[in-house]
Design a protein around this ligand. Structure first.
Ligand code: AMP
Ligand code: ZN
Length: 478
């Protein structure tokens, strides 16, 4: 851990040196999904970014305790279960299982703890009692509310000013509230809804308190890192801070990181907008490694605009990575000399990128330069270089979770997909071979042939795109 690890901390809005409370140990919490339906690929972005943080910190030698919750008590779950005439907790349990299947298909490393709200009631109730005892909570008709003005630092994460928040919300929204910005910690039971006994009568927790209680249960009162989608910064994370700091009387979390949205047609992919692609459907068609690759090929703080081009590029890159994994297994040492410096440097370069605010896109770029170099020099490899190639592939498998499935199986699925596209009138292999030929023509500066190939493909409605890393992707003109 000699290298400095930097994280963009949303509490300060600055990239800062990461310094865990206890040297070498990281207490990390990530807000997990609400389990009422199948997850979409926007949810997958949040999940894969949480997994990236966990993997990278581990690859850097930190001892990480990673908690990612399941929200299994929530209005959306209750409403859906009612529609299906099913018990709400049972309905949520079905989708916890489905969610786990999706996470496996995305090559996610298991978290240290994956608590559910329904299994954390004693801790939630205890925390609400602490908040009341410390003067930040009040009870009205079986409902417990957080008194926001009692916590003067409210707004420190989202940079919202309490005064304008108080005036921006109309009071008549909820007569029980003493102040417009107050939020619910515990709500009384309604008939037919899941409920638990509490000092305030039967009821269930508000949404925000679960994360404060679960984080404390498994990680203690102060965390090193907290993550979630950017939409959770306000009010969810702001409320988590207020609750935890009011209850525990100490800072809640030192670093806050939020992933940007995955957008579809310039809008956030979300169930309420109806523009979702389910993880399940995407994975069935292309495989989980392709989705994971798309999600990691963009920095987590940058927006990801979903497009055919993005998919096509990932297909091409996943293929190259896995072909290389197979091919490099068969590489034979040509001497026992020292490691080729170009090959030796790759892990270091990837680590430089990843220690710079988890820059997975930068690390992938380094990996592709390495891959091209190693392929180009395969007849010139020493024993030490071969070992380093395998270590580099292991590093990308551990730190990014890529190449963590059987490469033959990944390629077989891609091949089947290409076969399907060719059945629909497009011969992917033919296109790929022309792209290869064009590359050779360009290297030989035979621009006439290179242009001819592009025109030949355009005539068949195939559009080529030359990528900055030297590869060429293609798509069918819509
Ligand atoms: P939800 O189940 O809606 O609470 O969302 C679970 C997680 O997915 C949260 O961290 C959200 O911020 C995240 N999320 C939902 N939609 C998107 C999206 N389109 N892009 C990125 N993250 C998302
Ligand atoms: Zn949360």
């Amino acid at each position: 851990m000699a290298r400095e690890f930097k994280i963009h901390n949303n509490l300060t809005r600055k990239k800062e040196a990461f310094e865990p409370i206890e040297a070498g140990k990281v207490k990390f919490y990530s807000c997990g999904p609400t389990t009422y339906d199948f997850l979409h690929i926007g949810n997958a972005r949040a999940l894969v970014v949480g997994d990236l943080f966990n993997r990278v910190l581990k690859a850097f030698g930190y001892d990480v305790t990673f908690v990612r919750n399941y929200t299994d008590v929530d209005d959306k779950i209750i409403d859906r279960a009612k529609e299906l005439k099913r018990d709400a907790i049972e309905h949520a349990a079905i989708f916890v299982k489905e969610c786990e299947k999706d996470m496996n298909s995305l090559g996610m490393m298991p978290a240290s703890f994956t608590p559910k709200v329904s299994e954390t009631m004693p801790e939630i109730i205890q925390m609400i009692q602490d908040i009341i005892k410390n003067g930040s909570g009040y009870v009205v008709d079986g409902e417990v509310l957080f008194n926001v003005p009692s916590f003067p630092e409210y707004g420190k994460l989202s940079k919202k000013d309490l005064d304008s928040l108080q005036h921006g919300i109309r009071v008549e929204v909820d007569q029980k509230k003493k102040n417009p910005a107050d939020f619910v910690l515990w709500k009384p039971a309604k008939p037919g809804e899941p409920s638990w006994d509490s000092p305030w009568g039967k009821g269930r927790p508000g949404w925000h308190i679960e994360c404060s209680a679960m984080a404390k249960k498994f990680l203690g009162p102060t965390l090193d890192l907290h993550h979630g989608g950017v939409d959770l910064m306000f009010p969810h994370h702001e409320n988590e801070i207020a609750q935890s700091e009011a209850a525990n009387k100490c800072p809640f979390c030192r670093n806050w990181a939020h992933n940007e949205f995955l957008n579809f047609g310039s809008e956030k992919m979300s169930k309420s907008l109806g523009n979702v692609i389910k993880i399940r459907d995407f994975v069935e068609k292309y495989g989980g490694q392709v989705l994971r690759h798309v999600l990691l090929s963009v920095h987590y703080r940058a927006r990801l605009e979903w497009s055919d081009e993005v998919i096509q590029r990932a297909l091409d890159e996943v293929k190259r990575i896995h072909e290389f994994a197979i091919e490099s297994k068969g590489y034979v040492a040509t001497s026992s000399g020292p490691c080729d410096p170009e090959i030796e440097k790759c892990i270091e370069k990837m680590m430089d990128e990843l220690s710079n605010d988890f820059n997975s896109a930068g690390a992938l770029g380094q990996y592709f330069s390495f891959l091209r170099y190693a392929k180009g020099n395969k007849d010139n490899l020493t024993d030490a270089s071969l070992k380093q190639i395998h270590l580099t592939n292991k590093f990308i498998a551990d730190a990014l979770g890529l190449i963590n499935q059987d490469p033959q199986a990944v390629l077989a699925q891609l091949h089947a997909f290409e076969q399907d596209t060719s059945d629909s009138g497009v011969d992917a292999a033919w296109i790929e071979s022309l792209i290869e030929e064009r590359k050779v023509a360009k290297t030989a500066k035979n621009w006439t042939r290179a242009d001819e190939i592009r025109k030949e493909l355009t005539a068949k409605n195939i559009v080529l795109k030359d990528n900055p890393d030297g590869s060429t992707s293609w798509k069918i003109q819509g």
